[in-house]
Design a protein around this ligand. Structure first.
Ligand code: URP
Ligand code: ZN
Ligand code: ZN
Length: 471
């Protein structure tokens, strides 16, 4: 048997099992998993003794090269996917935005152009719908045929991105028919707008008021409303960037009733809190994103939600803006601070460290949250998200003992600060492989711009339902 690459002596971890095995890779695919595989015909041998062999991470929520808040997110598809690879993520799902009066196809074409010659890892798109007259409903089916099988809708940002409930309901009805998944930004934008205007009228312009004007009740109300609309439409629902216990309770209730409702959270809600917005001066603009940071006690509730499958996925919502010149746009008015934070690089280590190394959940649950369930919910499984014969050879050799202190001095994201500055994680990727090719080894990068492939995804409706993911 011939292999392009043979990984030997490692401990393989999937969402269900942990076992000692060698992995043979040929033409970008895993072709055999077994004990003591023959080394004679392997072009390259990687010794993974003492290391974990994990499926490449899947980050289903990134915003690369995205115009937002009067500027553009600082990482493009080249710098962002390179940083992702350094952190052990080998697939992303980004967002193509449809603006008013535009077709969904225009959104897709625009984002394909941004990504095609730049992405270093494989990528797919959700389509953000901001304008959905009845005449455009059929375009959702056309997107699904192109492999864009999920749509993000906003219940926040009135006048910019927000969709009304009728349009949301119609989109959910369409997705119930075509098998797509609706991803919901759940915050009551209309109520928040009132609170924001009142704060500004009282001269409350500092960054912390971004968080104080977006209460957890506004998030929970929108989650509850989204669940009700999805239930009426008979559609599945995925809540993005869930940040608070109040909102989590709504998801838990829906799941307890057996509804196909899922939610993700992000490392910033697990590691940071409202207290981080007490930093002096304008510093706390670094933590202005939506939903905002919450009181610290919410963090442990979210970790528990991850353990007990109330939360199904950890993504990053990577939407980086430099502190200098970008975040500074809102120096005198928090509403002008571009919303978003950088995180694409450190998701795997932060979740391994806080989840597995700190004893909150199992290694297999870690794999499920960061790779397997994202692949299953978004039509990429079993090509992505697991270590199995026939799957793409997206593999991470992970050193569970290696410690790393996160810092803007050493990170690879094109942004001048880190949200997680000074946090020491336990567990780092040593080698990152995408479709059989080594992207990262010994802190060096070997990928090239444009080597990432666009992934045409199946629908949620097409993926065989398995425990924990199906109805
Ligand atoms: O503040 C955030 N989250 N920026 C990115 C856009 C979004 O709502 O996901
Ligand atoms: Zn959002
Ligand atoms: Zn986002």
């Amino acid at each position: 048997m011939r292999f392009d690459t043979l990984i030997v002596n490692g401990t393989v971890a999937t969402a269900s099992d942990t076992f000692q095995a060698d992995i043979g890779i040929e033409h970008g695919k895993i072709i055999v998993i077994g004990k003591s595989l023959p080394k004679d015909n392997a072009a390259k041998i990687i010794d993974a003794a003492g290391k974990l062999v994990l499926p490449g991470g899947i980050d289903v929520h990134t915003h690369l090269d995205m115009p937002f808040g009067g500027t553009t997110s600082a990482d493009d598809f080249e710098t962002g996917t390179r940083a992702a690879a350094f952190g052990g993520t080998t697939t992303i799902i980004d967002f193509a935005i449809q603006y008013k009066d535009q077709s969904l196809r225009t959104a897709f074409d625009t984002w394909m152009q941004k990504a095609e010659s730049r992405a270093m890892i494989d990528y797919a798109f959700h389509c953000i719908i901001t304008d959905l007259p009845d005449a455009r409903l059929d375009e959702m089916n056309a997107m699904v045929r192109e492999g864009v099988t999920s749509f993000k809708l906003f219940m926040a940002y009135p006048g910019v991105l927000m969709l009304d409930d009728a349009s949301i309901f119609k989109a959910l009805q369409m997705s119930a028919k075509n098998g797509a998944m609706v991803c919901m930004h759940a915050e009551n934008g209309s109520a928040i707008d009132v609170i924001v205007k009142q704060a500004l009228a009282q001269g409350k312009t500092a960054p912390k008021y971004h968080a104080l004007t977006r209460p957890t009740t506004a998030e929970a109300e929108a989650v509850g409303r989204a669940v009700a609309l999805a239930e009426m439409a008979g559609a599945p629902l995925y809540i993005v960037h869930l940040s608070s216990f109040d909102a989590l309770e709504k998801v838990r209730e829906a799941r307890d009733r057996g509804l196909p409702v899922y939610a993700e959270t992000c490392p910033q809600y697990l590691y940071l809190s409202l207290e981080d917005m007490d930093k002096p001066g304008f510093e706390s603009a670094k933590y202005v994103f939506t939903p905002p940071l919450r009181e610290k006690w919410n963090q442990e509730k979210l970790w528990t939600g991850l353990k007990h499958d109330q939360l199904s996925v950890v993504s990053t919502d990577h939407c980086p803006f430099c502190f200098k010149e970008q975040k500074e746009l809102g120096k005198d008015d928090f509403t002008k601070i571009p919303n978003g934070g950088p995180g694409i690089e450190h998701r795997m280590s932060l979740i391994y460290s806080g989840g597995v190394a700190d004893g909150r959940f199992s290694l297999n649950r870690f794999v499920e949250l960061t790779a397997t369930t994202p692949a299953k919910l978004f039509g990429l499984y079993p090509k992505k998200g697991t270590i199995a014969v026939g799957s793409d050879a997206d593999v991470v050799i992970f050193d569970t003992k290696r410690k790393h202190t996160i810092s803007a001095e050493t990170h690879h994201m094109r942004v001048d600060y880190s949200m997680f500055e000074g946090i020491t994680v336990t567990g780092m990727p040593d080698i990152v492989i995408s479709r059989g090719k080594i992207l990262v080894e010994n802190n060096s990068f070997f990928g090239k711009a444009g080597s990432g492939n666009f992934l045409k995804r199946s629908t949620y409706g097409d993926v065989p339902k398995v425990a924990g993911v199906g109805l």
